[in-house]
Design a protein around this ligand. Structure first.
Ligand SMILES: [Cu+2]
Length: 292
């Protein structure tokens, strides 16, 4: 099984506080509830990948598109930072290997992973503020490419709005103190447009969906295997893992979940609450979902 996203995020810190800043097109504003487009690109040069993103954008309800011009999968996480903190502080925090997420960091979602040569999009509400963009495709485990790309972004203005409705919903729901559960509906084999709802005041969540090779063992066994932090068990087809971006509790976004083949998928969230504690897959965010 892949390690927690925090460890993967450590890679972001490892590349130090030199965020690649590339110029892009400007932003436009919306007058009604129609989302403002925000176009991002990511490209590779040897092992190094970098974002092609504007330095500033209009916030509120936004349709983010990410064109992956590279070969490896890439994504984008919108990491907002507040107070007197800097982009360097964000990278340092994720490099610290701490499981905890300080309150000045807001994980506003994004796009988990786009295959090489493809473009994908997501709808989300971005509050005005300072952001670091980071390659979210590294959160599910190490990728074949080099260190994750990062970029700075300043978001201003805009009006938050209602997300478009989607055929499928995946909710990381609360179920008591330190307890969660997945509420999943409408998924089918193939590419799913989903609404991802993240619940819990001090929680942060992401969706990892791993195809099952053969037949899934009982949930208790999967839970143990996840807790062991060992190599992936034989029933987990981690090469075809699908992931979302990380979303703070209380937020929702739309995104794509590509469940390529019919069959069983293990859904789990390896993250902890902001104050640490157990991974959420040990607190109820673990399910086997069959899609047709
Ligand atoms: Cu979680």
């Amino acid at each position: 099984m892949p390690s927690t996203s925090k460890r993967a995020l450590a890679l972001v810190g490892a590349i130090a506080a030199t965020a690649a800043l590339l110029m892009g097109c400007g932003s436009s504003s919306s007058s009604d509830n129609s989302p403002t487009p925000l176009s991002l690109k990511i490209s590779e040069k040897g092992k190094k990948s970098s974002f092609d993103a504007p330095k500033s954008a209009t916030g509120g309800l936004v349709t983010v598109s990410l064109a992956n011009e590279g070969k490896a999968p890439h994504g984008v996480e919108f990491i907002q930072y507040t107070g007197n903190h800097t982009a360097g502080d964000v990278l340092k925090q994720f490099g610290s290997n701490s499981k905890k997420t300080p309150s000045w960091i807001k994980l506003q979602g994004g796009i988990g992973s786009v295959p090489g040569g493809q473009t994908d999009s997501a709808d989300l509400n971005l509050p005005a503020g300072n952001y670091v963009l980071a390659d979210a495709a590294s959160f599910g485990g190490p990728t074949t490419s080099g260190p994750p790309a990062t970029a700075d972004l300043k978001v201003s203005g805009g009006t938050s709005g209602t997300l478009p409705t989607t055929p499928a919903t995946v909710t990381a729901a609360t179920a008591g103190k330190d307890k969660f559960k997945w509420e999943i509906s409408g998924l089918k084999a193939g590419s799913n447009s989903i609404t991802f709802n993240s619940k819990g005041k001090e929680a942060v969540h992401l969706i990892l969906a791993v195809p099952v090779k053969g037949k899934a063992p009982p949930l208790g066994q999967i839970k143990k295997d996840l807790a062991s932090n060992g190599p992936p068990p034989p029933y987990a087809d981690v090469a075809n893992l699908q992931s979302s971006a990380i979303l703070d509790g209380g937020l929702s976004q739309t995104t794509t979940l590509d469940l390529k083949k019919p069959g069983q998928y293990i859904f789990f969230c390896p993250l902890t609450d902001r104050d640490g504690g157990k991974p959420h897959d040990q607190e109820g965010l673990l399910a086997v979902q069959t899609v047709q």
